[in-house]
Design a protein around this ligand. Structure first.
Ligand SMILES: [Zn+2]
Length: 248
């Protein structure tokens, strides 16, 4: 299940599992709400017990909002409970979904590229972010490594291949120094990954940093090769309405 939840307005919240709730409180409307929640502070990452206080029943059906303060950094944290369901183990009515706001520093919010990025690449990029947010740092890294040849083939406007290899890419990009350097570096990453587990023996923090750097690279590539050319064309067309977009 995705760790991050996006509201239609583009605001992200972080999902909280019921297993993280250490104490429930009976609300005046008969449902139970999480009163004590064991999570990492989204501001300072200190793992603490957060005690939430709820306002009066919300004007919205099946939605409750509570507030707490981090015992370590004193920053405010909000909890949103949306929907209801029966907890079969406890025969109580509990919220169907529980979210924290803001999302934690250890999570990454997927970039919303404003057009130009092919859908299949965007989907795979979001898959990498989902794995990262589920703390699958190695899996996120591997998804990014898989994504690079697909990005390069798209740039080259080659028909999609089942499993493009770095060797085949090096052949294709040898005339383009920019791409050639990129693919060479990534081939080294790929080769290292074949001979050893690049995440073996890494601490949680070091694995997070390594995977995060790879996701940074993917975001930059998608921006540079798919979003930027569109933006340049748009500006050009705005400055010169006679300009033929298809000529570049
Ligand atoms: Zn804190």
């Amino acid at each position: 299940m995705e760790v991050l939840f996006a509201l239609p307005c583009g605001v992200y919240m972080q999902r909280v599992s019921k297993g993280q709730v250490s104490r429930w409180v009976l609300h005046s409307d008969g449902g139970h709400l999480p009163e004590m929640v064991s999570v990492s502070c989204p501001h300072c990452l200190t793992h603490s017990q957060f005690e939430f206080e709820y306002s009066q029943p919300s004007a919205y059906h099946y939605m409750w909002c509570g507030q707490s303060t981090c015992p370590a950094c004193r920053e405010e944290v909000y909890i949103f409970c949306i929907g209801v369901e029966n907890d079969l183990e406890r025969t109580e009515v509990v919220p169907k979904n529980i979210f924290l706001y803001p999302p934690g520093k250890g999570t990454r919010v997927p970039r919303s590229f404003s057009g130009g990025v092919p859908e299949e690449l965007n989907e795979k990029y979001k898959k990498a972010i989902g794995r990262f947010n589920n703390q699958g740092h190695h899996a996120a890294f591997e998804t990014c490594v898989d994504l690079v040849p697909q990005i390069v083939f798209k740039i080259l406007r080659e028909p999609p291949r089942e499993s493009p290899t770095f060797e085949s890419l090096l052949e294709k990009v040898h005339e383009d120094s920019e791409l050639f350097n990129l693919v060479q570096v990534l081939q080294r990453v790929f080769d290292n990954q074949q001979s050893q587990n690049l995440f073996e023996g890494l601490s949680f923090e070091a694995a997070e940093v390594r995977a995060s750097k790879m996701i940074d690279l993917i975001e930059l590539l998608l921006e540079y090769f798919f979003v930027l050319p569109n933006k340049i064309s748009e500006l050009q067309a705005d400055l010169d309405p006679e300009f033929d977009l298809d000529s570049i």
